[in-house]
Write a protein that binds this ligand. Structure first.
Ligand SMILES: [Mn+2]
Length: 321
């Protein structure tokens, strides 16, 4: 029997959700199965190719709902889980006890662990380190900018590797290890270990460049690194360098877009609580719709307009949601 698991690709929580789901499935549903892991990315147009729903069971974890009858399991915690009101209504009517949604969870991995324990008798103790770190990383619940930037923890290093994975098969190969091996041991795997050094060097370089570029004004940090190839730089670096500041507004560039990021530091309990309720990391503005700036826990209200002024072609953005 084949179980296909669709997961949020290039995301630590997405990969960990697929890992935890497959462990839970093997232990509590049936053992004699082959898992096939397929990454999904948020992109314009249709998110799913239903022809791919070809397992005897098909699960989606940490990603949007699909009303296809071929999808037999679903877990998500994103505010934006439903593409349409029809999808939400379809989920509301589901009686299968196999589809679960709770946006109060900081990570989908800890959500799967909780449901698997409460409803299916799964023992989450062996995966507690994994769920601890997916909550911190996916919920942006770092105790301080230092933890987020200094990359000491194996989970942080794995996140960096997963988010920058170039090879389509890499994350799928990593998944079976995530719920069965200590994270520090996974970093020593021969197909994982060589990837870390160049990423850490790139990270160090981005810290050095931002250190040089950041201007600090009235508690807000401003920077423009559109002339640098720093796509995917760590969003906590500005606060690590300037702990006195609460907000940052930055322009960066990748091969096909200019991106405006506005962020707020995890400065106090109130902000942390706000992030808990909206567990997303980064705010996103599209050129057409300021109301899409929904992932923001706090920010100066003028930033969307400032972004348009700064970029005549509009500001494209990537929502890590
Ligand atoms: Mn997630």
């Amino acid at each position: 029997m084949r179980v296909r698991v669709f997961y949020h690709d290039r995301c630590f929580d997405g990969a960990s959700s697929a890992a935890l789901f497959s462990r839970f499935y093997r232990e509590r549903i049936r053992n004699n199965v082959e898992f096939v892991f397929s990454g999904l990315l948020h992109r314009a147009g249709s998110l799913f190719d239903e022809k791919q729903f070809d397992g005897d069971e098909n699960a989606i974890v940490d990603f949007k709902y699909s009303s296809s009858p071929k999808i037999t399991w679903w877990f998500d915690h994103h505010q934006s889980a439903f593409l349409t009101p029809e999808d939400a209504a379809h989920f509301e009517q589901d009686q299968s006890n196999r589809k679960f949604y709770d946006p109060d969870f900081k990570s989908c991995t800890s959500f799967i662990a909780a449901i698997a324990e409460q409803r299916f008798g799964f023992n989450p103790a062996p995966v507690s380190d994994l769920t601890h770190w997916t909550d911190i990383i996916d919920g942006a619940m770092y105790p301080d900018a230092k933890t987020a930037v200094e990359m000491r923890e194996p989970a942080m290093k794995l996140t960096m590797i997963i988010e920058s994975a170039q090879d389509y098969g890499f994350v799928a190969r990593l998944i079976p290890l995530l719920a069965t091996k200590p994270l520090a041991n996974i970093l020593e795997e021969p197909f994982v270990a060589p990837l870390l050094k160049p990423l850490l060097e790139r990270h160090e370089r981005s810290i050095a460049i931002l250190k040089e570029r950041i201007e600090s004004k009235d508690g807000t940090l401003f920077f423009d690194i559109t002339d640098q190839d720093l796509e995917g730089y760590n969003k906590f670096i500005p606060y690590y360098l300037h702990p006195e500041c609460t907000y940052s507004v930055g322009l960066s560039k990748s091969s096909f877009r200019v991106k405006l990021s506005t962020n707020c530091a995890l400065a106090c309990e109130a902000e942390r609580e706000a992030r808990r309720r909206r567990p997303l990391h980064n705010s996103c503005f599209s050129p057409d719709d300021e109301s899409q700036a929904t992932h923001l826990s706090a920010s100066p209200p003028h930033t969307a307009r400032a972004a348009r002024a700064a970029s005549p072609r509009g500001v494209a953005s990537h929502c890590h949601g």
